[in-house]
Design a protein around this ligand. Structure first.
Ligand SMILES: NC(=O)c1ccc[n+]([C@@H]2O[C@H](COP(=O)([O-])OP(=O)(O)OC[C@H]3O[C@@H](n4cnc5c(N)ncnc54)[C@H](OP(=O)(O)O)[C@@H]3O)[C@@H](O)[C@H]2O)c1
Ligand SMILES: *[C@@H]1O[C@H](CO)[C@@H](O)[C@H](O)[C@H]1NC(C)=O
Ligand SMILES: *[C@@H]1O[C@H](CO)[C@@H](O)[C@H](O)[C@H]1NC(C)=O
Ligand SMILES: *[C@@H]1O[C@H](CO)[C@@H](O)[C@H](O)[C@H]1NC(C)=O
Length: 391
């Protein structure tokens, strides 16, 4: 995958890349440019400063290299971590990083068994360190089936990582999950909502000293950043579409009740992910000690997330991110970041949205007003419960 960026960069020439990227994408396809910037662009100055100040104030900035202490190495059993969407991109890189540490058994929860097996082998994971279990987040039955299968393994569950996502920026019309939800929100939010609600009960029973539930977020759902302010902006409105089930039959396929827009559905789903993490924190942290967290892993321009995009975009996006916006992180680096949120002893604070600064140090980032709206978080939780059959 890295070869794509190298080929594109050398073909265009590093110095002329800026003009080429702008002309090729910005001028010929305006909506693509807005995607370009908004899916993952650089953090704004304001955001960087805000994050830095807040992190200093709360004194939680931590070196990324912290290792387990010698004593914990001896006493800790191997942890069991479920990672959804571990067949490619960030999920795969995280699975590899944790498996390599020798401290984790990684349960790769994926919809395509063969693809996942090949992916695990291609990055050199050894069979003793991972298990593949079938999970299709576009079906609530599959989610329930997965939970049953996992329970039959009799493994304790120590960490759950909700990472899988689908992004369909060019879709003209909505597609739907088995249960009739618009696909973006159905997979990224509702499937994960049911999964994590069911599995948090398993985590409660685990004896592992640092249990964590991580939901991968994104800068794009965050309207307090430059990236999050480029149309279509994430906006859940009064949740009337969510209340209607986003079936497209009864009103709208969008959470806010508006017209279908694939890129917005993705961003809206990411807001739901971040709201869900915080609502989990409020409802469960004190009683269970489980750490709930989210993160922005950086712009990983090479992943399959952009597979639905036009070919020109896919060629130009990685070098654009790498040389122009400098928001680029490799899949390996992003995987190490998510692995820190899973395992680093210094990242145990609950309710936090982690980001990394230029020197690769983690800090507590701020969420936009909507992504930290307590009232909205509760409403999204209640409506989602109804849709997935928990209430
Ligand atoms: N790439 C970025 O720059 C970026 C930036 C910020 C946040 N993120 C977040 O990072 C996470 C991972 O994205 P990525 O960039 O690694 O993308 P990716 O390479 O496309 O990986 C997405 C994963 O989700 C899986 N998936 C999709 N639909 C599924 C379903 N119905 N059931 C089960 N699994 C399903 C895919 O499985 P298949 O292999 O079977 O398709 C794949 O394993 C997402 O939460 C995304 O929002 C990414
Ligand atoms: C698998 O885990 C073991 C510890 O259980 C570790 O020694 C080994 O290096 C890991 N193998 C790979 C390929 O990651
Ligand atoms: C249609 O949406 C309304 C809320 O807007 C809801 O009360 C009603 O149950 C929905 N009907 C169906 C058939 O989904
Ligand atoms: C990044 O964080 C580290 C501490 O974690 C801090 O020393 C450094 O100044 C920060 N860099 C930027 C660019 O914010």
């Amino acid at each position: 995958m890295a070869s794509i960026s190298l080929v594109a960069a050398s073909a265009l020439g590093k110095s002329s890349l800026k003009e080429n990227a702008f002309m090729g994408v910005s001028l010929s396809n305006h909506s693509t440019m807005s995607e370009f910037d908004s899916v993952c662009a650089r953090r704004t100055k304001r955001n960087r400063v805000a994050g830095g100040v807040r992190a200093q104030a709360t004194a939680v900035m931590t070196p990324s290299e912290t290792k387990f202490t010698e004593s914990s190495k001896k006493t800790l059993r191997k942890g069991n971590v479920i990672i959804t969407g571990a067949s490619s991109g960030l999920g795969l890189a995280t699975a590899k990083s944790l498996a390599e540490s020798g401290k984790w058994n990684v349960i790769m929860a994926c919809r395509d068994f063969l693809k996942t097996e090949k992916a695990a082998q291609s990055v050199g994971m050894s069979k003793e360190n991972y298990t593949i279990m079938h999970l299709d987040l576009a079906s609530l039955d599959s989610v329930r089936q997965f939970v049953e299968t996992f329970r039959r393994s009799n493994l304790p569950l120590d960490v759950l990582v909700c990472n899988a996502a689908i992004y369909m920026p060019n879709a003209k019309t909505p597609t739907f999950t088995a249960d009739g939800f618009e696909m973006g929100v159905g997979v990224n939010h509702l499937g994960h909502f049911l999964l994590s609600r069911l599995l948090v009960e398993d985590m409660v029973k685990s004896d592992y000293p640092s249990k964590r539930l991580v939901i991968v977020g994104s800068i794009t759902g965050n309207t307090n950043t430059l990236a999050g302010n480029i149309p279509p902006k994430a906006n859940l409105g009064d949740l009337r579409g969510l209340a209607g089930g986003m079936t497209g039959q009864n009103g709208s396929s969008m959470i806010d009740g508006g017209e279908f827009w694939g890129a917005k559905a993705y961003k809206d789903s990411k807001i739901c992910n971040m709201l869900t993490m915080q609502e989990f924190h409020r409802r469960y942290h004190e009683d269970t000690g489980i750490t709930f967290s989210s993160l922005y892993p950086g712009c990983i321009a090479t992943t399959g997330l952009f597979r639905e995009h036009i070919p020109l975009f896919r060629t130009l996006f990685p070098p654009f991110q790498k040389y122009i916006t400098k928001g680029y992180v490799s899949e390996t680096e992003a995987g190490n970041r998510l692995a820190q949120v899973v395992a680093d002893p210094s990242l145990t604070k609950s309710g936090v949205y982690w980001s990394w600064n230029k020197t690769a140090a983690s800090f507590e980032n701020q969420l936009s007003q909507e992504a930290s709206d307590v009232d909205k978080a509760r409403k999204v939780w209640d409506l989602s419960e109804k849709l997935v059959g928990l209430a």
